[in-house]
Design a protein around this ligand. Structure first.
Ligand code: UDX
Length: 450
């Protein structure tokens, strides 16, 4: 099949590369000349494990091409995917659909033979209808079906998510489009990846519903973690016990500093706005958004409490800045509001992250980015782990502690990634999330009574 992928951003690039890897002929179109040059040079402009090798091998095999020519890519395509950004509109939290509609206008004149136009970007319900209206407006003779096929890729494991999906959602009533979509996902169907065919609006909503539910699940366990601290229970075991119930499932029950990233925050807000506008407010999701917002600052206060309530003029070392490991993405990273709150309380921040780009955010310009975790620990009254990068589990704990202010060797593990006995054994005072079971064991600082 011939595929045009409009947008060589995260979703577009991963999807284009994986489709090429299935044997399809894919042209990935983008307007940014620097991005195209990087890609043509065999490098990728984003951080995603395994992607660069896959781009290179498929480009060398002649199945994956990069171009700025929407017209010729669309003209020869059986399927055109729209994988452009849908950022949060400034000020009101609605999804900004400018790029989607612009792409629809650009492809429209080139849709001659029957072509399936697929929205891959996360878009509010009804966007497919508008894309179809625009196409028919620009080119009344266009032969096409507009389909919704949302992506469920997680940064850091996007290739695996693409190739071994839990499900593929395809929203269209058009029989011809259905069989073309089946063919494009053929190799996955052979692996028995379930395809769910739905109406277009249903597919659009399913994506939002899935993300909002996962955000809610995380927020639920985060609140449960707070309660665990008050009542002397262990959130890890609570989550394990809950997860053993197949109706609940054990994934996305890791308590932490709150969810971040390019999807959950933006999509949850866009969904609640859409629901409000439809006179059907989603109160659970609205509350989830509010709780998650407050949580980041609450985590900063937890660090301050662990330092005895005072951080003015004292150093705090931060380990991990990205919104999760295996990405360099700083969008909506909990580290930013946490650091902001600590800076406002007068702390001096030194941070280390294996991938975050220095200066990616204004707040980061006010802190010192260190070349390694030990430098971040220098003279620190406390260390706070905000992102659970694998490499932190092999830290030399003695060396780390020796770097710190000997009067205060607190390690606040906001991801529960460490074994408390190992950390206290190395001479740290350990503070975790939702480990009320540790209170009174000497493993943790006293905070429950506050
Ligand atoms: C998410 C969805 O998982 C994916 O299906 C969708 O297409 C895009 O958004 P992503 O943002 O890459 O993917 O990351 P994800 O792994 O889902 O994590 C999102 C946030 O939740 C991160 O900040 C992560 O640290 C946090 N999280 C996740 C938790 O705090 N606890 C968990 O148990 C799981």
């Amino acid at each position: 099949m011939h595929i045009a992928m409009i947008g060589a951003g995260y979703v577009g690039l991963v999807s284009a590369t994986c489709f090429a890897d299935f044997g399809h002929d894919v042209v990935c179109v983008d307007k940014d000349p620097n991005r195209l040059n990087t890609l043509r040079g065999g490098k990728i402009p984003i951080y995603e494990p395994g992607l660069e090798e896959l781009v290179k091998s498929n480009a060398e095999a002649g199945r994956l091409h990069f171009s700025d020519d929407v017209g010729s890519a669309t003209g020869r395509a059986d399927i055109v995917f729209l994988a452009v950004g849908t950022p949060s509109r400034h000020g009101d939290g609605y999804a900004d659909l400018t790029f989607v509609y612009e792409a629809a206008r650009e492809i429209a004149p080139h849709l001659s033979d029957f072509t399936v136009v697929v929205t891959k970007s996360t878009v509010p319900v009804g966007t497919g209808d508008e894309v179809e209206r625009i196409i028919r407006d620009v080119n009344p003779a266009a032969q096409c079906a507009v389909v919704s096929n949302p992506e469920f890729l997680r940064e850091g494991s996007a290739i695996e998510d693409f190739k071994k999906p839990d499900r593929i959602i395809i929203g269209t009533d058009d029989q011809r489009a259905q069989s073309i979509m089946e063919e494009v996902y053929g190799p996955l169907c052979a692996n028995e990846a379930p395809i769910l065919f739905t109406g277009r609006r249903t597919a659009e909503l399913t994506k939002y519903a899935s993300n909002a539910f996962l955000a809610m699940k995380i927020t639920f366990i985060n609140e449960m973690a707070d309660l665990c601290e008050r009542v002397g229970a262990d959130v890890l075991s609570v989550a394990r016990g809950m997860g053993m119930d197949a109706r609940i499932g054990d994934r996305f029950l890791q308590a932490g500093p709150g969810y971040g990233g390019s999807c959950f925050p933006k999509d949850s807000t866009a969904l609640t706005n859409m629901a409000q506008d439809s006179d059907s407010p989603l109160r659970l999701v609205e509350t989830t958004v509010a709780i998650n917002d407050q949580r980041r600052r609450a985590m900063a206060r937890k660090v301050i409490r662990a330092c005895g309530g005072r951080v003015r003029g004292r150093r705090i070392g931060i380990l991990g800045l990205t919104f999760k490991p295996d990405t360099d993405d700083m969008r909506e990273a909990p580290s930013i509001p946490i650091i902001r709150t600590l800076l406002d309380a007068g702390a001096i921040i030194r941070a280390y992250d294996p991938a975050a780009v220095a200066g990616a955010n204004n707040t980061l310009r006010e802190i010192e980015i260190c070349p390694d975790p030990y430098a971040a620990a220098e003279g620190a009254a406390a260390l706070a782990v905000i992102t659970d990068w694998d490499e932190f589990s092999s830290l030399d704990l003695d060396r780390l502690r020796r770097q710190m202010d000997p009067a205060s060797t607190v390690l606040v593990d906001l991801r529960n990634m460490f074994d408390p006995a190992r950390i206290t054994g190395a001479g740290f005072v350990y503070e975790a999330v939702g480990r009320g079971d540790l209170i009174g064991t000497g493993a943790t600082v006293k905070h429950a009574a506050e």
